[in-house]
Write a protein that binds this ligand. Structure first.
Ligand SMILES: Cc1cc2nc3c(=O)[nH]c(=O)nc-3n(C[C@H](O)[C@H](O)[C@H](O)COP(=O)(O)OP(=O)(O)OC[C@H]3O[C@@H](n4cnc5c(N)ncnc54)[C@H](O)[C@@H]3O)c2cc1C
Length: 489
C-alpha cells in the first residue's frame, strides 16, 4: 500500500507484525516495511506465554497459534542424577495455563498471513534509511534493495526493527547495559532419549546448564552454557558432535540428536533504552529491550509492547483521545522492561553458577522452595507474564478500596472481546452507572456484560488491553467521568 500511512512500522519481525495486525484491526491505515527479503526460517523465540495468548484471544486470532503449537505443561530441573524442582505451568492463573511451544518462523507466518488477509502486505527489501520528526508528522526515507528511495510522510513512526534498530539510532537513544561473559551453544534438531515431550528439561550440571525445549514431534531446541571464552572471541558455531558430547556428559548418554536444522553460538546482551518514545516516534520489542532468553520472555514482552501501543495510537488517530494518552506507553512499558530484564538476569545468574558450593546451596534452596505450592504458583505466573500490571501508570486511578477482584492497574482476568474493531474501555458494574458512562463517552466506553453481584460492588473501567484503568464505588460515576474526561479529545 504505497503512499502516506497514518502509522509507518519499520520491521516485520513478530513485534512489528503484531502491531500491524492490531492497528489494522482497529481500522488504522499502516505501512510495514522490512529490509530483509524473507521472514526468518529459524525457530528463535519458541514460547508464546499465557498472557500473550490471552491478548491474541481477546483480539480474535489466537486459534492459528494454538493449532500450530504444542502445549508444554511444565519444566523439570535436575542435576542429571536427582530432580531439583518441577514447575507446573498448569498452575498459571490463566485460561491458557501452559507454554505454547511454536517456532518463531511459524509465529511470523501466522501473523503475516493474517495481515495479508486484512489487505496489508509486508513491503520486503525496503529499509527505513532515515527519518525526521517534523512535529506534525514524520518524514521517512525508505530505501529498496537496488538503492531506489521514496520519501513519505507518516503521522507516527514505530521502530520494531530489532536489536540494531535504525529508529533507536536515529533518535540517539542509548541502549544501556552490557554483554554477559558466558558463551552459549544452540542446536535445533531431532532428539531421542528424553522421556516427557510436553515438558522443558533443564539439567544443572556442575560444568554448566543444558536445557531442552520441545518444538514439535521429536524436534527439540537444546542450549548449553559454554562458560566464558578464554580469548573473548565468540565461540564458533558448535558441531553436532559437540552437542551430542555435551548432552551425554551433562544430561544422559541415552540422549542423542540427529539431523540438526540449526547450530549456532550466541552471547547474551542485557540492554534497554530508558525512553520508549520521543515525539511522534516509538520503539517496541528488541529495539527497546534485549535480555537473556531465560524465561523465554523477549518476544512476548515485545508483543505486549505492541498491544499496549496499538489501542492508544488508534484512539488518538480516531480523534477519540488526547495525544497525551501516548505518553503512558513509555512509562508503562519501560517499567515492565526493567522488571523483565531483572527477572531474566536473576534466572541466568542462578543457571550459570559455576562454584560447586554455591551450586549445592542453590539446589538445596530450590528443592525446599519448590515444595511450597504458593511459591510454585508465583513462579509459574511470573513466567506466564501474568503478574504484569501498571500500578504506577498515569492511566491508573482508584477511588476507595476494592471489595473484590482486581484493583486498578491489574489484569482483568476475563475475556472481554468487544468484536473485531473494538477499541474502547469496557465499563463494568451496576447497569445504570455503566450505561450512563457509555452514553456520555461513546467514543471511549462500551458497556460490559452484566456483572455478578460481588463484582458489581465496584465500578470498573477496563482498558482495551485488558488491564483495569479505574475502580470506584458502585455509584462513583463522577470520578469515572473525570477519569474519562481527562483522556477525551
Ligand atoms: C538464537 C536466538 C534464540 C532466541 N530465543 C528466544 C526465546 O527462547 N524466547 C524469546 O522470547 N526470545 C528469544 N529470542 C529473541 C527473539 O527472537 C526476539 O526477542 C524477537 O525476535 C524480537 O522481535 P522483534 O520483532 O522485536 O525484532 P526482530 O525479530 O529482530 O525483527 C526485526 C525486523 O526488523 C527488520 N529491520 C531491521 N532494520 C530495519 C530497517 N532499517 N528497516 C526495515 N526493517 C528493518 C529486520 O529485518 C527484522 O525482520 C531469541 C533470539 C535468538 C537470536
Amino acid at each position: 500500500m504505497p503512499g502516506n500511512p497514518k502509522v509507518l512500522i519499520s520491521g516485520a519481525g513478530p513485534v512489528g507484525l503484531t502491531l500491524a495486525n492490531e492497528l489494522v484491526r482497529h481500522g488504522i491505515p499502516v505501512r510495514i516495511v522490512d529490509k530483509a527479503a524473507q521472514r526468518t526460517d529459524k525457530s528463535k523465540a519458541l514460547v508464546l506465554w499465557s498472557r500473550t495468548l490471552e491478548l491474541f484471544d481477546a483480539a480474535g486470532y489466537v486459534q492459528g497459534f494454538l493449532s500450530a503449537g504444542l502445549q508444554a505443561h511444565g519444566a523439570q530441573i535436575s542435576t542429571g542424577k536427582q530432580i531439583v524442582a518441577r514447575i507446573a505451568f498448569d498452575l498459571i492463573d490463566s485460561r491458557f495455563a501452559y507454554a505454547l511451544m511454536i517456532p518463531q518462523s511459524e509465529t511470523e507466518r501466522i501473523l503475516e498471513e493474517r495481515l495479508a488477509a486484512a489487505g496489508v502486505t509486508v513491503e520486503r527489501t525496503v529499509g527505513l534509511s532515515g527519518f525526521t520528526d517534523r512535529g506534525d508528522s514524520v518524514e521517512a526515507v525508505l530505501t529498496g534493495a537496488s538503492g531506489d528511495s521514496e520519501t513519505i510522510q507518516a503521522d507516527w513512526l514505530v521502530g520494531c526493527d530489532g536489536a540494531h534498530s535504525a529508529v533507536r539510532h536515529g533518535l540517539g537513544l542509548a541502549f544501556e547495559g552490557s554483554t554477559l561473559q558466558s558463551h552459549w551453544a544452540l542446536a535445533d534438531g531431532h532428539v531421542t532419549g528424553l522421556d516427557r515431550q510436553d515438558h522443558l528439561h533443564i539439567f544443572w550440571h556442575r560444568d554448566g546448564i543444558l536445557a531442552f525445549f520441545p518444538i514439535v514431534g521429536d524436534r527439540w531446541r537444546v542450549i548449553a552454557d559454554l562458560g566464558p571464552a578464554a580469548d573473548g572471541e565468540l565461540h564458533p558455531d558448535p558441531t553436532l558432535g559437540e552437542i551430542n558430547a555435551l548432552m551425554a556428559h551433562r544430561g544422559s548418554p541415552a540422549i542423542a540428536m540427529t539431523d540438526p536444522v540449526w547450530l549456532a553460538a550466541f552471547r547474551i546482551n542485557e540492554r534497554k533504552v530508558k525512553e520508549y518514545s520521543r515525539g511522534r516516534v516509538f520503539l517496541a520489542g528488541d529495539a527497546a529491550h534485549i535480555h537473556s532468553p531465560a524465561g523465554g520472555q523477549g518476544m512476548n514482552t515485545g508483543m505486549q509492547d505492541a498491544f499496549n501501543l496499538a489501542w492508544k495510537l488508534a484512539l488518538v488517530i480516531e480523534g477519540a483521545a488526547k495525544p497525551a494518552l501516548l505518553d503512558s506507553y513509555s512509562r508503562e512499558r519501560s517499567a515492565v522492561g526493567d522488571l523483565v530484564l531483572k527477572n531474566a538476569g536473576r534466572l541466568t545468574e542462578l543457571a550459570t553458577l559455576r562454584n560447586p558450593l554455591l551450586q549445592d546451596i542453590r539446589n538445596t534452596v530450590l528443592r525446599f522452595a519448590a515444595g511450597f505450592p504458593q511459591i510454585q504458583h508465583k513462579v509459574a505466573d511470573q513466567l506466564g507474564e501474568m503478574d504484569i500490571g501498571y500500578p504506577d501508570s498515569p492511566l491508573t486511578a482508584a477511588s476507595g478500596p476494592v471489595a473484590n477482584g482486581p484493583k486498578a492497574g491489574e489484569r482483568w482476568p476475563h475475556r472481554l472481546a468487544e468484536g473485531p474493531g473494538g477499541c474502547r474501555f469496557t465499563a463494568l458494574g451496576l447497569p445504570d452507572p455503566v450505561a450512563g458512562l457509555a452514553a456520555k463517552f461513546p467514543n471511549l466506553v462500551t458497556m460490559g456484560p452484566a456483572c455478578d453481584p460481588i463484582d458489581a460492588k465496584t465500578l470498573r473501567l477496563i482498558r482495551p488491553d485488558g488491564y483495569v484503568g479505574f475502580t470506584g464505588g458502585p455509584q462513583d460515576t463522577a470520578r469515572a467521568e473525570a477519569y474519562l474526561a481527562a483522556l477525551e479529545a
